[in-house]
Ligand binder design. Structure first.
Ligand SMILES: [Zn+2]
Length: 107
């Protein structure tokens, strides 16, 4: 699956219980079309104490959400935007903000 979201992007959640939250993309699962966003869709996991890990109890970890539930936030206009593509002078094809035309560093 071809996704326009990359790890390290700032995204805003546009659907579900975390709608409106912003965070950084920690992981992208291209095959499933899902992303893990810092602080979003936190799920509680029961952590059993082990020999190496003394902390026990409930920890919260971000769970994955569908990539269609997030929009990339442009670093320049700071608005959620759809992503277009543009070709730079050196031939590199990069993503760009549909709103302001800003090219994103990573393709
Ligand atoms: Zn922009």
């Amino acid at each position: 699956m071809k996704l326009s979201v990359r790890r390290g992007d700032t995204v805003v959640v546009i659907a579900g219980k975390d709608r409106g939250k912003r965070g950084t993309v920690e992981r992208v699962d291209r095959e499933k079309g899902r992303v893990v966003v810092e602080g979003v869709n936190l799920v509680k996991r029961h952590q059993k104490p082990t020999a190496n890990l003394t902390q026990s109890g409930i920890i919260e970890k971000p769970g994955s959400i569908a990539v269609s539930s997030v929009m990339v936030v442009c670093g320049r206009c700071k608005e959620p935007t759809r992503i277009g593509h543009t070709v730079l002078a050196d031939g590199r094809r990069v993503r760009k903000c549909i709103r302001c035309g800003e090219a994103f560093n990573q393709s």
